[in-house]
Design a protein around this ligand. Structure first.
Ligand SMILES: [Ca+2]
Length: 372
């Protein structure tokens, strides 16, 4: 990924997208890469002011880095899905401030009706009973391609169910849209994250009054091949673009038992970043932590929809589960307050959370609640 200077790349300086903007960025990209012999067909990434180029040698990178129009060169990355293996004690907990569990769960008012949650993941098994028979879950865009069977990888279906599953999710009336950016082997790229965000922004611009949320249950560790300026990572920038377009973004803290500020999208201030807890309100041992985590939610041995069958459910672990639980809670509130901005959604969610409820956390021991 080569990031071009904003002043020279009109696509990064505003939301004026469209054909003219893309053309200008394309010409600039081709010009910058004219000296790299093997850099063929640079693919301009709309909105982030950069381009993806294959076949660039180290010598070419050194030369391109000298170009004053180039801000940064970023290494292609493979992200990690924020899940591990493994009842729904999780919903039970989310409607009450403290233990012990009551054995019951009351859905929030509206249950996310009228809100769209975009699931950036491995794909959703759309015909699963947890999503109903009436198309509450649908395919938005598949950036991976190939011979797709959305049952090839369970992560996306599990994530979708934590957000909007009929018996397993926090917003069982929300619309769920599959944005497939990870393949069956859990490989995903920062470019596809950016592409997915561009897709959702287009949807928002087409229907500006329709409340939208993106769930990102994954984690990337950003690295730059060469950083000329303090230019942000592509994912950081994509999340900020989404929020600037009035789309709430909820992200998993990640499962590395380390500071969430070291990974993206967890570290992005504009996103709602969610860590994982256990049935005893402890931080899950794998959950990332630190000041970049806004709130915690259940993420250990929680029940979700399984992609292996149309009615199958299974247990799973990870901040990948915690994040869509909170995305669903945000959807429920947004459904009742459809004109709210992402910062208002965040404020409402945090205000509704239970303080000092999570053990083993230095910072922000808030536990998400469906109390609004
Ligand atoms: Ca309960």
């Amino acid at each position: 990924m080569v990031a071009l200077s904003p002043s020279l790349s009109p696509s990064v300086s505003g939301n004026n997208g469209g054909v003219a903007t893309v053309s200008a960025a394309t010409r600039l990209t081709q010009d910058v890469f004219a000296s790299a012999r093997h850099a063929t067909h640079p693919e301009v990434l709309e909105g982030v002011g950069g381009a993806i180029v294959d076949g660039v040698s180290d010598a070419d990178i050194a030369r391109i880095a000298q170009d004053p129009r180039v801000e940064a060169i970023e290494r292609p990355m493979t992200g990690k899905l924020a899940s591990i293996e493994t009842e729904s004690w999780a919903l039970d907990l989310l409607d009450q401030p403290t233990l012990p569990l009551s054995g019951t769960y009351r859905n929030p008012v509206g249950s996310g009706n009228g809100v769209v949650i975009y699931i950036f993941d491995t794909g959703i098994r759309l015909d699963h009973a947890e999503f109903g028979r009436n198309g509450r879950a649908r395919l938005g865009i598949d950036l991976v391609g190939g011979s797709v069977t959305h049952a090839c990888q369970r992560h996306g279906t599990l994530s979708a169910s934590a957000a909007g599953g009929r018996t397993t999710g926090t917003a069982p009336r929300a619309a769920l849209v599959d944005v497939r950016i990870f393949d069956c082997q859990e490989n995903g790229s920062l470019f596809d994250v950016a592409g997915g965000v561009n897709y959702v922004i287009q949807q928002k611009q087409g229907r500006p009054n329709l409340p939208m949320i993106i769930n990102m249950s994954f984690m990337f560790e950003p690295t730059f091949l060469r950083r000329i300026t303090n230019r942000a990572n592509v994912i950081d920038e994509s999340v900020r673009r989404a929020v600037a377009n009035n789309i709430t973004v909820v992200a998993s803290a990640g499962n590395s038992n380390k500071n969430a500020c070291d990974v993206t999208p967890a570290r992005v201030r504009e996103a709602i970043t969610v860590g994982a807890t256990t049935i005893t309100d402890e931080r899950a041992s794998f959950s990332n932590f630190g000041p970049c985590v806004d709130v915690f939610a259940p993420g250990y041995e929680v029940l979700g929809a399984s992609s292996w069958g149309p009615v199958t459910r299974e247990f799973w672990d990870g901040t990948s589960a915690s994040s869509p639980f909170v995305a669903g809670l945000a959807a429920a509130w947004l459904g009742v307050n459809p004109r709210a901005t992402p910062s208002q959604v965040t404020a409402a969610l945090l205000a509704g959370s239970q303080a000092n409820a999570v053990h083993g956390v230095g910072h922000n021991p808030l536990l998400a609640q469906a109390l609004f």
